[in-house]
Design a protein around this ligand. Sequence first.
Ligand code: UD2
Ligand code: MN
Length: 559
Amino acid sequence: MFACRRYGRPRRCIFYIFAFVISQLVFILILLRNESYDDLLASGQLHRNNDSGKNYLDWSEFISHRRKGLEVYYQYNLHLSDTLGVIRKLPSTRHCSCDSRPRNLPPPSSCNVSVVISFHNEARSMLLRTIVSLLSRTPKEYLHELIIVDDGSEDVTLLDDLRRWMDVFLGTRDRLGLIFLVNQERMGLIWSRNRGALLASGHHVLFLDSHCEVNEGWLEPLLERLAQDPNLAVSPILDPIDPKTLSYRRGNEMLKGGFDWSLHFHWLRRRLANQELPEMPYKSPAFAGGVLMMSRDWFLKLGGFNAYLKIWGGESIELAIKLWLCGGQIEIVPCSRIGHIFRRRHAFDFPPHLDDHQLSSAQETYLHNSKIIAESWLDEYKSMFYALRPAARRIPLAHTYDEMRQLRGEWQCHPFEWYLRHVSPELRMHFDELAATGTLRNEDRCLHATHKDSDLILVSCHLSDITQWRMLRSSGQLSTQRELCLGVAIGRRIALAPCGRNGTARMAQQWLRRGTHLLHAETHLCLDNPLKDRLELSPCRSQAVSQSFQFALEMESRT
Ligand code: UD2
Ligand code: MN
């Protein structure tokens, strides 16, 4: 100010003041970044071990011992993760009534939780944020133990460093059990989670990915539900964290978990019953992914995750079917929120099994696991699965299903038909509305719609992503999984177009079955493959091999 008056330059003066205010703001922001952690320390939820002379700031040292660079390796923004801090404030994404509702929780002596986290090659900062968010946002008396399984990660000193870091971090906090396990050889997350659950001693077991951030009050609504019904299993709503920006968004509570006949996970639309509010817990045919919690005893009685499943994939679908058929139920609880980074692709390799060049090892592992689910639980409906995933037939399995049958008998589990009737009408409807499905074969080749420009070609039926067609019973439409329908465009050209709901578009897509011939309803001509790559409409000839198209699975004989 003095300088301002002296030199009589008000503009420069304003500039100085402005710069000063900005620098103060930046300083305050830096302080605030650590505030949440300091708050926790002050409130006694976390402890700093003063004797050791170390404090939580050492986390930057902990994360500095890491594999360098390589965002591609982790499939998320590693640099941002390393600079975000060990904990951050998250937006409240649940309905406001969740905060004010009184909770009816049983005492911790009857419902505490063991959390199992298995990881393979997770970035240190990410893993740490998962753990610290958990420790700081979970009521201490309900968090019985943390079981961390390093599934053969390349960073071989990580677990020891983590153990040391947590010793300092937790200080004198008692009650929390800590179990660190290492698989010298990578065993996959299914095996690792089972191992963790076997060693757990809490009443409930929760499985968590290693790149999550739990949000405020996540545990209480889950505990409350499990206290009502010991055979229940629950999922929180997973709030998506963007892999690039790490921004935390609100997950959708209007979706249920489900799967299709290929045994791929799908979201299903949730419909509210009369008086039902969106924030109320709701039944779901499958979990909202692999983050789930249930009684440890009940989990083990059901045999845990199916131990024959390999590495990654399908285990939560298998558990969901098993639960529903053998006396349990699944609920999604919208007042419980856990953030999870949904990566666009796998951040790890899959060990190759077969010498099958049509399938990647990831596809093959998933198919192997799906085949086990189909063989174990789908009963006569497994033909649906094989029709849609013909390559599964070629995958050898190393065991028989005696164990599964024994469990089904012991627990008097329902047949799969019951699941279709009572749990997933969507899956049943899908079954009921089809006249035929799977690959569409003409002689030794199959009709395929290319992904990029939806061209129609005839190719080897063993192509790994060969088009799976669906012949709809009521409309006679022949649709791909991307909802494109086979129809006739101008000039009688066979082409794909978005499936029409009514009117002329739908008429042009209607086909009638005449033996193995596909008769176009409007033109009364038949689908024909007269020359190698030509697909056209021509007058129907009952003996013409070029007009004979067979679906992998016919449903008509059912009725
Ligand atoms: C989804 C589920 C996950 C599990 C998986 C299918 C969510 C949020 N996640 O995973 O819980 O059901 O589908 O199996 O719904 N990992 C290992 N060993 C391995 C491979 C992975 O420990 O060999 C760890 C990995 O570090 C991670 C967890 O397993 O913590 C899940 O794997 P992911 O995050 O790569 O896969 P994601 O999120 O698609
Ligand atoms: Mn994950």
